[in-house]
Design a protein around this ligand. Structure first.
Ligand code: 5GP
Length: 200
């Protein structure tokens, strides 16, 4: 049986589906899970803090991270780069800590290649009109960017079959509960356990 490592949990789905809010809530409820901080070339939104929400980097700096193999995965999304720094994730998993990545689909598929034992969860909005409403309400993107994000979201929904679980985010509390249940179930999977029956 394989050694007891932390779980690698990949939460993805269209931008605006509520992945961030779900993660934020889960963080309050499960403080022992580590949340991977991504690198990005997009500008910080009001209130976002470098090193906490993202590592905000120039395109050149991001390129260097790619060349030095410092990213576990990376993708271009709506004209910006996003990527997961490898070091922190590897360290946490090896020390038995569960890690959550909140990333878009191209990145999630790269991770699936490298970590087939990861837990892949797709978060979807109850409808496209709710998605549009949420992105507009956030008020942080221009109409042009919103249009691109909605177009991308429509394409992204087709990838749901690549995932292990789907969570429809119609109500935050319920969505977070479902995520917690998935994590509990995954921890109980026989293939993830190593047993020592000596002395039983
Ligand atoms: P936002 O600009 O709204 O913060 O993020 C845009 C999209 O990029 C979201 O779907 C978010 O989940 C995704 N994203 C954030 N960090 C990463 C990352 O490290 N890698 C990839 N592939 N996507 C990411």
């Amino acid at each position: 049986m394989e050694k007891h490592n932390g779980l690698l949990i990949v939460l993805s789905g269209p931008s605006g589906a509520g992945k961030g809010t779900i993660c934020h809530e889960l963080r309050r409820k499960l403080p022992d899970v580590q949340y991977s901080v991504s690198a990005t070339t997009r500008y910080p939104r009001p209130g976002e803090v470098d090193g906490l929400d993202y590592f905000f980097r120039t395109r050149e700096e991001f390129q260097t991270m790619i060349e030095k193999n410092e990213l576990l995965e990376w993708a271009e999304f709506c004209e910006n780069y996003y990527g997961t720094p490898l070091f922190a994730v590897e360290q946490a998993l090896q020390s038995g800590t569960d890690v959550i990545l909140e990333i878009e689909i191209q990145g999630a598929l790269q991770i699936k290649e490298r970590f087939p034992h990861g837990v892949f969860i797709f978060v979807i909005p109850p409808s496209m009109s709710v998605l549009s409403e949420r992105i507009h309400k956030r008020g942080t993107e221009s109409e042009e960017v919103i249009r691109k994000r909605l177009e991308t979201a429509t394409r992204e929904l087709e990838y749901v079959t690549e995932y292990d679980y789907v969570i429809v985010n119609d109500e935050l509390e319920k969505a977070v509960d479902k995520l917690k249940c998935i994590l509990v179930a995954e921890k109980c999977r026989v293939k993830r356990k190593s047993y020592d029956f000596q002395g039983v």
